[in-house]
Design a protein around this ligand. Sequence first.
Ligand code: FES
Length: 169
Amino acid sequence: MNNEKFSLSPTLKQEINQWVKKFPKGKQASAVLMALRLVQDTHGHLQDQHLDAVAEYLSMPKIQVYEVASFYTMFRREPVGKHVLSVCGSISCYLRDANGIIETIQKKLGIGLNQTTACGQFTLKEVECLGACCGAPCMLVGDHHYHTDMNPEKVCDLIDQLDKEEKHG
Ligand code: FES
């Protein structure tokens, strides 16, 4: 095991500084969400060493950074596949058969919740409200791509499309 202490890269520090500047002096801890997001974008998921480095950089107690990282489902504490399929399981989506979407994905990809396909392409997650309740049931691919009014057929097409893009660049 590598015992070298992890340090944020100069690029990451620069990017985090852009967010720190948006808050009053001494309130740099307010940039923690964006700092974690930037670190996750760079490293794929958040390991303890990443959280420790953010805490140190923003002069925050480590426990606060761990609390933030474990509270929000957008932060990943484990390695994930290239495409993270996050299906909303909150009330509006639940009532419009979010479970059917989850079951369809499970069957199609042969994985359970919080699992990743053997090829490393897909990870399935159930998450809390994605803020797009009027498009229930809805899901997110990665961190940015919303798919609303889903049904089993649409979710199968979506997975086929992502698969095709992967195979043909
Ligand atoms: S309940 Fe699913 S997006 Fe709000």
